[in-house]
Write a protein that binds this ligand. Structure first.
Ligand code: IMP
Length: 471
């Protein structure tokens, strides 16, 4: 059976904790899109593993597959594998031959594109990992695929076409000079040097072949299913960051939604569709990138220093700036690398209705419920007002979305309690107002509540339904 996990909002919904729980029931954890833009933390036996490419299930003894829909930076992958091995783990990770390779010049072009867009306010606030340029090369039919790394003559042919083109783009379109540019973690000169790239990436190919890591993902996964093994498909980012269904252009460059669980792995769509699709929801909104955000609570650009003085006692819910600081502090809503504060807002139901329809959720998990605890009142954008009309889902264009005025519903808040003990006691031990909030979400989306997260640790997730038991 196949269970697909998808972020219902803007990424960072706490998918890792849910994947972690359900991966016990699966033999294979599969990523179908994205690359090392997706950071996730896995805690195992008091050890914390920060991963961006290795599927989290691989730390728990699952086979981890990076499907053909992924873009893979081998430098990052091998560094992660090495760290895991140094810590005594031996993860079994396989890469689709059809997946694309993120090369160093993709990172340089990512930085150049963002810088050139900044003046127009169209920059997406990317993670800088070269994801967009790698997918551009894929769609432009000039990308290097994992399978190409195993064949030196093909690799050389690809690089001979694509590297001079990338350099011309950098110099002639973005007006940047290779000799003068500096990009974090990249040697810019080498990034545009065919010989140096050829030597490094051919060597990755040899390592991949010697360790038998390269597969035909569709065939591999279909065989595992035929062997009666469970598969867990792990979506990265969130539905509102999907290149088609998200808040374009402030999106990532792949389809994050469940349909790509088939295209991005080579599994038949009917087989993926026969399984379960679980939407992961954060109990409020957070955002690391740019673009509109109708339920946003404050202007985060002024927040960095101010958050240090956030009130220890819960603020009145009418004081939006204080609520934002409160949520950021309690939810740890700061970028893991930069420490920059994330934008935060109230839950957005039109976004969730769009998400439930687009993905076809069969179940939902709501995380970070504990973060809202202590507030006297919790608000939710039940609908939007747009040009005098009430609308219940997101408009298809992001500019119209930015024009939407939230129509709020108010819920009674719930107290801050011992969340670990509550999680152990189960769903019925949750404060009644918290259950009312969860039941509203579930009823509005007409989807059953499968799990509730009340803290970052494994034992702080209340699992109500095991999706692998559904048929
Ligand atoms: P990219 O995926 O690095 O190209 O970034 C494009 C947009 O997606 C930016 O707004 C990023 O902030 C956002 N993004 C990418 N990966 C993640 C993630 O794992 N969590 C949250 N946002 C993300």
């Amino acid at each position: 059976m196949i269970v697909t996990i998808v972020g219902a909002q803007l990424g960072d919904e706490g998918k890792g904790a849910v994947v972690d729980h359900y991966s016990d029931r699966a033999a294979v954890t599969v990523r179908y899109q994205g690359g090392d833009n997706a950071g996730h933390t896995v805690v195992e036996d008091d050890s914390e593993y920060k991963l961006s490419l290795v599927p989290s299930g691989a730390v728990r003894g699952n086979t981890g597959v990076l499907g053909n829909g992924c873009v893979i930076n081998p430098r990052v992958l091998f560094a992660e594998l090495e760290t895991l091995r140094e810590r005594g783990l031996d993860p079994d990770v396989r890469l689709a031959k059809r997946a694309h390779v993120v090369l160093p010049y993709h990172r340089v072009l990512d930085a150049a594109e963002e810088a050139s867009k900044a003046a127009t306010e169209l920059d997406a606030g990317t993670t800088g990992r070269g994801i967009g340029p790698a997918y551009e090369d894929k769609a432009g039919r000039r990308g290097v695929r994992i399978g190409d790394l195993l064949d030196p003559s093909v690799l050389r042919r690809r690089l001979e076409y694509t590297v001079p083109r990338a350099r011309a783009l950098l110099e002639d379109v973005y007006g940047q000079s290779v000799a003068e540019l500096s990009v974090e973690d990249v040697n810019v000169e080498q990034a545009f040097d065919i010989e140096s790239l050829f030597d490094e990436y051919r060597e990755y190919g040899t390592r991949l072949r010697d360790s038998e890591m390269v597969i035909n993902s569709g065939r591999f996964l279909t065989d595992r299913l035929a062997n009666d093994e469970n598969l867990l498909l792990e979506g990265a980012q969130g539905t509102a960051l999907d290149i088609d269904h998200g808040i374009y252009p402030f999106v990532t460059s792949s389809n994050t939604t469940a349909g790509n669980g088939a295209t991005g792995t080579g599994l038949p769509v009917t087989t993926v569709g026969d399984g379960e699709v679980i939407g992961i929801i954060k109990a409020y909104l957070s955002r690391v990138g740019t673009g509109p955000l109708p339920t946003e609570l404050d202007d985060v650009t002024n927040a960095a220093g101010a958050d240090a003085t956030a009130p220890e006692t819960p603020p009145a819910s009418s004081d939006q700036t204080a609520v934002a600081k409160y949520l950021r502090q309690r939810g740890g809503e700061y970028g893991t690398v930069t420490g920059r504060p994330r934008r935060v807002g109230w839950l957005d139901m039109p976004m969730l209705r769009h998400s439930a329809r687009t993905n076809g959720f069969t179940g939902i998990a709501v995380n970070h419920l504990d973060v809202l605890a202590g507030l006297d009142e919790v608000r939710v954008a039940h609908a939007y007002k747009l040009n005098g009309e009430t609308v219940l889902t997101m408009p298809a264009t992001t500019d119209r979305w930015g024009d939407c005025e939230p129509v709020y519903r108010s819920f009674t808040g719930w107290p801050d309690i011992d969340w670990t003990a509550t999680a152990q006691a189960g769903y019925s031990a949750l404060p009644e107002p918290a259950r009312a909030y969860l039941e509203y979400i579930s009823e509005e989306l007409a989807v059953q509540l499968y799990a509730v997260g009340v803290g970052p640790d494994r034992e702080q997730t209340i699992v109500r339904v095991d999706p692998f038991e559904q048929s």
